[in-house]
Design a protein around this ligand. Structure first.
Ligand code: COA
Length: 337
């Protein structure tokens, strides 16, 4: 089973690649919103200054049955290679995944990467089934579990507005020196540098277990370029920040990506700068961002988020806001020697 490089600018190859991803997604996580073709193809075809991506596929009887990609950061964390692999359900356990992983690993070695990352989903008690094949596959391939994540989602139609307001009012006395700001689209220019600085801490301030990851080095220009890529692919972005009035510093930020179909949002990041912790800013920015998505996207049902299991503080905030666990996501890594 020899993988073939996929050219995402070739319509047939790109469509086939998406079809494999879609088929695997629908079979494995039918409760999740399915990937969107136009968005996936737009993202797959974008030139990015931030990452280099290689796409590979395996075929059986002229049908693409497995698809994989490796994403390699080019500015910071240049030692990493993030691997994603999908195999059509009826073609599993025939070596397609292993062949793809070997080929994606070759790309990573050629680019002098030190560490492969991958993520595998698992079930939570009372949640939808997850078969655990990804974890078995990665473990068989020599990967080690380095960080346990839990995905949660909130049903916005079930939000108790009075309880949300009460929570906001409990937080405000702790945050008298801060103003909150919300926006949609790209981060407003005056905030962009501060938002980039605080966002950079996400990799290292949130619990990272044994992950071989370094602080990011985004600045305003790179933040805006990254946001524009999502917007160009059809997503909407909503943000909220807390600004420290005496210094003008961005103290906390959260960002929600709303997918092009407008039915589902995902928290991209939530972080408070260590200097400004203890002022309930994480809760405040999340409430403001929720209110902003409800105003702008009345049809939006779910917002999901993923946090390290050990991130007690963030998890407590999310649970107060109505997020409930529905799956685990274990981060795996393998060192390339
Ligand atoms: C994980 C996945 C890619 C595996 O693809 P695959 O083509 O079935 O994998 P392979 O046939 O190459 O399996 C290689 C080895 O992984 C292990 N493995 C794979 N699936 C397994 C399962 N369901 N149970 C136990 N072991 C499994 C086995 O050791 C297997 O070798 P063997 O069949 O000789 O025993 C596929 O199940 C899939 O698309 N899952 C959804 C997406 C995902 O989780 N991707 C992995 C993270 S990137």
């Amino acid at each position: 089973m020899e993988p073939t490089t996929v050219d995402m600018h070739d319509d047939k190859q790109a469509e086939d690649f998406f079809a494999v991803y879609h088929a695997a997604h629908v079979a494995d996580t039918p409760d999740e919103p399915p990937p969107l073709r136009d968005e996936f193809l737009a993202l797959g075809r974008q030139e990015s200054a931030e990452v280099r991506t290689a796409f590979e596929a395996v075929y059986a009887d002229n049908e693409m049955v497995g698809a994989g990609m490796v994403v390699m950061p080019t500015i910071d964390n240049t030692h990493l290679a993030d691997v994603k692999i999908w195999v059509r359900p009826q073609h599993r356990r025939r070596g397609a995944g292993r062949a793809l992983l070997a080929q994606l690993t070759r790309h990573a070695r050629d680019a002098e990467r030190r560490t492969l990352f991958a993520q595998a989903l698992g079930p939570v008690p009372g949640g939808p089934p997850r078969d655990g094949a990804g974890a078995r596959f990665l473990e068989a391939a020599g990967f080690t579990a380095v960080l346990s994540m839990v995905s949660r989602r909130v049903d916005l139609t079930g939000v108790d507005a009075a309880a949300e307001q009460a929570l906001l009012e409990q937080c405000l006395p702790h945050a008298t020196e801060y103003d909150t700001v919300t926006w949609d689209g790209t981060t407003p220019d005056p905030l962009a540098a501060g938002v980039a600085t605080v966002t950079n801490r996400t990799n290292t301030d949130a619990p990272r277990g044994g992950m071989d990851i370094e602080q990011a080095t985004l600045d305003a220009r790179r933040l805006h370029a990254e946001e524009r890529q999502w917007l160009d692919a059809g997503s909407q972005l909503v943000g909220a920040a807390a600004v420290h009035r005496p210094t003008g510093e961005v103290a906390a930020v959260t960002s929600i990506g709303v997918r092009p179909s407008g039915d589902h949002g995902r928290i991209r990041t939530t972080i408070a700068h260590p200097v400004h912790r203890g002022h309930r800013l994480g809760t405040l920015v999340k409430i403001e961002a929720h209110r902003q998505v409800r105003r702008l996207f009345p049809q939006l049902r779910y917002v999901s988020t993923s946090n390290a299991d050990a991130n007690d503080h963030m998890v407590a905030i999310n649970e107060k806001l109505g997020y409930a666990a529905y799956q685990t996501g274990t981060n795996y890594q393998r060192r390339l020697d």
